[in-house]
Design a protein around this ligand. Sequence first.
Ligand code: ACO
Length: 323
Amino acid sequence: MRRSLIMGVGSALPERVMTNDDISKIVDTSDDWIVERTGIRSRHIASDAETTRSLGTLAAQRALADAGMAAAEIDLIIVATSTPDLTFPATATLIQADLGITGGAAFDLQAVCSGFIYALTTADALMRCGQSASALVIGSETFSRILDWQDRATCVLFGDGAGAVVLKTGEGQGSNADRGILASCIHSDGRYSDKLYVDGGPSKTGTVGHLRMEGREVFKHAVTNIAAVMEETIAAAGIRADDIDWFVPHQANRRILEGTARKLGISAERIVITLDRHGNTSAASIPLALDAAVKDGRIKRGNLILMEAMGGGFTWGAVLARY
Ligand code: ACO
């Protein structure tokens, strides 16, 4: 059975770090409030020179180096982003050019915070059907550009960054002992599009717009939807929550990720948490967390990892992989 193997992982963060105290000089908030409600202590904020493209390219180069593969081997690039450099062409094609790749296909995928899960699922499907042999799946965001820096309820939550994985097809036995992506489930429900959205866009307003959110509503749906899709994905692979070595969630809010882990009986020591220093980087948060835990030696080859996310749309999903 054809499997999509994770060959390498990389990430990139803007140079500038913005602490909660820095934000409290802009809006009426405090380090205590932000830490208690979210777990976030600081985030990275892109300079004018740092963009979704430049951060994504750097993360991709680091993932390729980690995989020991040449850019020329890549025949598919998917960039999950809600903050592209330009309305078009896709940031994926800009990164393709930066990497010196001239063949294959490159496109952006927009599923907000669930973007990386959607992109992994899409790449895996294209690889298993033989359309692609080696793919770069990138989550890259500059959410600082779409924040309303006068809205304390949202501007404290997000940060900028990028993460990438290199996938390559390999043969497995078809069992959950195989390496690679073992199961994935994605969902959406557009009835909730007004709970978390950006109030601008090319067709409706001709502007970029700002992020708007009903935080409590999002919170309520997040724990329910994420726990359900995690259970669905675990069941699809025929494993038990106990078998999971590392839970690598989308980094939105410490209470959301600890609440969902608790619902499934995953212990706190097995959760990879980077939101304290990254904030919520939307589609970039899972590969950023994955890279941190691989590089510090927590995630090892053969480990079973469960990734999940929920975001605007609403969209949500989970991917189970053996690293
Ligand atoms: N600093 C100080 N006070 C604040 C701040 C702030 N940064 N933001 C809001 N407040 C105030 C509000 O004005 C309100 O004051 P009031 O009671 O006088 O009216 C009070 O704090 C409570 O506000 P709530 O919005 O009800 O606070 P809540 O406890 O729900 O926490 C939060 C807000 C952290 C946004 C929470 O709802 C949440 O995490 N929701 C999930 C949202 C999320 O993670 N979105 C990311 C995208 S989706 C995803 O990735 C899953």
